[in-house]
Design a binder for this molecule. Structure first.
Ligand code: ATP
Ligand code: MG
Length: 142
């Protein structure tokens, strides 16, 4: 697997529960290098833009409201196979369906408030990293 980067967001529910540090520890223990990190309170416009692919879904308004209600922690993660490995470590979108040992199983509340985001492809990872870290090189460091 090539070394690549993916975008992680620790969502408002997990930051509110003060689990951002625990989640970042799981990420580092999972062999990822955190190569960029910032905390932000997303604006409605930023959240709508980020999740634009879900614009037509019935939960879109709820999703934007959730993602903007309090701060998030946004990180760029690097390792071999980062996109797939991070999705596997997060677990299924619905925490009730996530495997034991996954972050969403441990920290997620329900299908909407599920603790973390992860890019779903290398292509989207590049776009999402550029969206939140416009100055960061997408190609991995040695
Ligand atoms: P993410 O993109 O946040 O990593 P995902 O790729 O597992 O999650 P998506 O289908 O892309 O899942 O949905 C994006 C987000 O929208 C979910 O993580 C969740 O917060 C919210 N969401 C998805 N389905 C529902 C639903 N049925 N009801 C409420 N919120 C939902
Ligand atoms: Mg998704």
């Amino acid at each position: 697997m090539p070394v690549e980067r993916t975008l992680c967001i620790v969502k408002p529910d997990a930051v509110e529960k003060r689990k951002a540090g625990a989640i970042l520890a799981r990420i580092e223990e999972g062999g990822f290098k955190v190569v960029a990190l910032r905390m932000a309170r997303l604006s409605v416009r930023e959240a709508e833009g980020f999740y634009a692919v879900h614009e037509a879904r019935p939960f879109f308004g709820e999703l934007v409201q959730f993602m903007t209600r309090s701060p998030v922690v946004i990180a760029v993660l690097e390792r071999e196979g980062a996109v797939t490995v991070w999705r596997d470590l997060m677990g299924a979108t619905d925490p009730a369906k996530a495997q034991s040992g996954t972050i969403r199983k441990q920290f997620g509340a329900n299908v909407g408030e599920n603790a973390t985001h992860g890019s779903d492809s290398a292509d989207n990872a590049g776009k999402e990293i550029a969206y939140f870290f416009p100055g960061v090189e997408v190609s991995p460091t040695a």
